[in-house]
Design a protein around this ligand. Structure first.
Ligand SMILES: N[C@@H](CCC(=O)N[C@@H](CS)C(=O)NCC(=O)O)C(=O)O
Length: 224
């Protein structure tokens, strides 16, 4: 199996967490931003990473979108399940997964690139890195008004996640699920932002534990 990715993408991290949790062996190909779309569009009709190439005669040639990758892995590799096969828990886990993917993953991107352009410039002040930050801010229309909406959305989300993770280390049921994979991957960019590190220590403890379960190296900011 091969994962087409950007090494820094939090959506790709989410897919790697699921692959790692299931103990599947795979290779990664790091695509070059910009030209990536010429490779991806003919494969899956999308221009975003991650894309999984199962490289298996029985399966599809390519699976695009991190949620569909998790669904594909769940169906094709039922060992180390990330769902239950029970209607209520599965529905809740996939609902949280979708919310984290569509709403929260976008909000963390806004906060992360706003930080990298301002007080977080020192993370990588090189001309190349700062140009990339500018391009991403332009591409996703990361404006001050959008950043404010993202901040409010994250505040609400973190209040809810704290409640869910307070009594037990799983968002749904009694073990890790697609919801935890999505949360740990898509909130990981916040680890570099001091405000979140100071105010939500429980979040980063949880992100670390999930990465350890999934044998995935820790995200920037959490690496010792
Ligand atoms: N909902 C998609 C989002 C993936 C996504 O936004 N990927 C970004 C990198 S973090 C990307 O490939 N951007 C490049 C582009 O839009 O051309 C998923 O879950 O896979």
């Amino acid at each position: 199996m091969r994962l087409l990715q950007f090494s820094t993408s939090h959506y790709c991290r989410k897919a790697r967490l699921a692959l790692g949790y299931k103990g599947l062996s795979y290779e990664v190909s790091n695509l070059t931003p910009g030209v990536h779309r010429f490779k991806l569009k003919p494969l899956v009709g999308l221009t975003t990473v991650p894309v999984l190439l199962p490289e298996h005669s029985d399966g599809p040639e390519a699976v695009g979108d991190s949620t569909d990758i998790l669904k594909f892995l769940e169906q094709s590799y039922p060992e180390m399940p990330l769902t239950w096969g029970d209607r209520d828990r599965d529905r809740r886990a996939w609902l949280l997964e979708d919310w984290l993917d569509e709403s929260i993953g976008t909000a963390t991107r806004f906060m992360y690139y706003d930080f990298r352009a301002k007080e977080g410039k020192s993370v990588n002040p090189s001309w190349f890195a700062q140009t990339l930050v500018k391009v991403v801010r332009f591409q996703y229309e990361i404006t001050p008004a959008g950043v404010k909406l993202a901040r409010d959305r994250l505040n609400l989300a973190l209040t809810e996640l704290e409640q869910l993770w307070k009594d037990q280390p799983y968002l749904v049921g009694d073990r890790l699920s697609v919801a935890d994979m999505a949360a740990a991957g898509l909130l990981s960019p916040l680890a570099l932002i001091p405000h979140y590190r100071q105010n939500y220590p429980w979040l980063f403890e949880r992100i670390e534990e999930i990465h350890q379960h999934c044998h995935e190296p820790l995200p920037p900011g959490l690496t010792s």
